[in-house]
Design a protein around this ligand. Structure first.
Ligand code: FE2
Length: 227
């Protein structure tokens, strides 16, 4: 028995209604360029529209101008698609509520997912979509999925209920410490200001850190910091 190894999402295909409704939603609402069209090669009565979701991959839609859009929620039975999420930058995400409201599109409001912010709304055909904005950047050369895997292990080890930004930050720190070399013999947190209130016992040191992390110098008194 052997696997059929996936290497990424190639495309997702949706059953559309009329052609123009699909173009107006995918390009006119979500900004996805309409890049390709040909007949549905398995059903000549339908057209097959292709949109670029922004990463060069493909969202495709079967359309037929004899079908009308029905905005009732699509089925959520086992095996059906619940929702599809698209990535947006924080700048765009922060505009989402206002821009959905401008269009009169009912939405969920901003949802805190711990590692991302999300907002949900339906397309004119009743399919639920999500706009998602990560709260973290992976280390160079690493993926969001790799950070999530590392952060999951951090969360579980700490007995926390769901993912939080602290898990992500510590996972990213560990990935860089473990994946990137350094000339330092001691890569534990240090306090060059000599002001740390955190005692050794309170520090959450991950990995093989030595106990000399908290060298302290005398504080020089409080000074205002100017940008
Ligand atoms: Fe989602």
């Amino acid at each position: 028995m052997r696997k059929l190894q996936s290497q990424g999402v190639h495309h997702i295909t949706i059953v559309g209604a009329d052609r123009q409704t699909s173009i107006d939603f995918w390009e006119g609402v979500l900004g996805m360029p309409f890049v390709f069209e040909q007949p549905n090669l398995d059903r000549p009565s339908e057209s097959h529209l292709y949109f670029d979701p922004g990463d060069g991959r493909l969202i495709t839609v079967f359309t037929n101008d004899e079908r009308e859009a029905d905005s009732r929620r699509t089925p959520t039975d086992p095996g059906c698609v619940h929702h599809i999420a698209f990535a947006v930058s924080k700048a765009s995400f922060d505009q989402a509520v206002e821009r959905l409201d401008e269009r009169g599109i009912t939405h969920s409001g901003v949802k805190d997912r711990g590692f991302m912010d999300s907002i949900y709304f339906r397309d004119p055909l009743g399919q639920l979509f999500e706009l998602a904005s990560f709260r973290f950047e992976p280390p160079a050369g690493r993926t969001h999925a790799e950070v999530l895997l590392a952060a999951h292990h951090v969360r579980v080890a700490r007995g926390d209920y769901n993912i939080q930004e602290e898990h992500l930050a510590d996972a990213i720190e560990a990935m860089i410490r473990e994946g990137r070399g350094s000339l330092s013999g001691n890569r534990a947190p240090q306090d060059p200001y000599g002001k740390s209130k955190a005692g050794k016992g309170k520090q959450r040191v991950m990995g093989k850190a030595s106990g000399s992390a908290a060298k302290k110098r005398p504080a020089k008194g409080k000074a205002k910091v100017s940008p």
